[in-house]
Design a binder for this molecule. Sequence first.
Ligand code: FES
Ligand SMILES: [Fe+2]
Length: 452
Amino acid sequence: MASIHSRSHSPDRSPIAIRNFSKERYVSSDWMERERTALWATSWLVAGVACDVRNPGQFITFEIGAESIIIARGTDGRLRAMHNACTHRGTRLVTEPMGVLRKFVCPYHAWVYGLDGALESVPGAARFSNGVPKDKLALRPVEVEEALGLVFVRLTPGPLSLADFLAPLHEAIGAYRLDLMDVTNDQTVSHLCNWKAIIDNFAELYHVPFLHPIHRRMFECATAPIGLFEHGHTVVYVEGGVTDSGFPVSDVPSDMQAMQLEAVGLDPAAFRGRVSEIRRALQRAKRALAQEQGLAYDGFSDAQLTDVWQFNLFPNVILSVTPESAWLMRSRPDAADPGRSMLDMITLVRFHGSESPGGDPGDPAAARIGTHFRLNGQRPADYVRPPRDSFTHEDILAGRKTMTVTIDEDISLLGRVQQGMASQGFGSVWLSDEECRVQHFHDALDACLAAG
Ligand code: FES
Ligand SMILES: [Fe+2]
């Protein structure tokens, strides 16, 4: 059974027991070590996006705790993953997040490895009295598979196939064709909270009306249906083109609704007193534009044209999707400190084969609000995959960097969560039914650690 609870499940009453849990998992080094061996070493993990390793010679690196994995496309077209550790004396071979290479050359004593991880040459090989058994000294391989336009790795082989792991969500996510999207933004922020505080944050909308005023003006968060699935995955379906029913409805479209209307060529002024009709009008306008301009909306329901579906892929990935774009957010633990983590955010955009009234996804407004709801034109002739921008949460607090208004607000808050959790005055969480996706995630984590 793929779905434990149907998508029409209301967030008001949890379909699973709210058991709560102690703070230990956020602050304890022992717990962190258990996660290292029983979670990170055994789970299918999103290592990156497939478009970054489409061509022979392209590679990406994926850091998870103390581990670093290289994923490279060989000259034979095959994708392989291997530990990023020279088999001579352990040196990390590459430090770049991605690139194109013909060989991996260790910067220490110049051992050379192929894109397939094979050890190809060793300077002064005759001086090794124990010989240089090249077959034993290849880079240690790691399982790798592509699915849904993403690259998955698993450090230790196990019985659960990637297909079975993804089965509950594969069809729903697959419809969004992440494999046809291109990266338009790639950010990594280092943060002062446990990696799970970030996942928890993106597993409930309870905080949204308070922390994110902008959402009241474009989303229905109060009644968003949710789904809980096998293997710890969850989903929430958020209506867009509306205002939050938890707040009074205005007579005029909100600024965010106006932006969405203008993006599809509709006049916001025409919706004075008809704000409740905007979502349907946006859907109709998108269908008409799709016919005129060949936009790829055929496989989507009307609801999907305005709504944001957010899938939480166990353990550490959040995929927020619309037909036009996707955000891939990924929370990663620090190598040693349970109170530190990294949050990655990759923006993917599906460029279309014709011009549209939408803006350039690279413009400053898109950076602040995000790419969702914007129609995309053709891939710009000068499109280049942007390099990764790495920074700290202080850069966000100081306004030097942004990951969109909403995520900046989350980041600004989450350091305070970790501080409070570390206090003697805090013992365990006390979750509402609306936070049952948080509970479901932690139930899956508990099951993982118990099995490990
Ligand atoms: S550690 Fe890599 S060649 Fe010596
Ligand atoms: Fe948030």
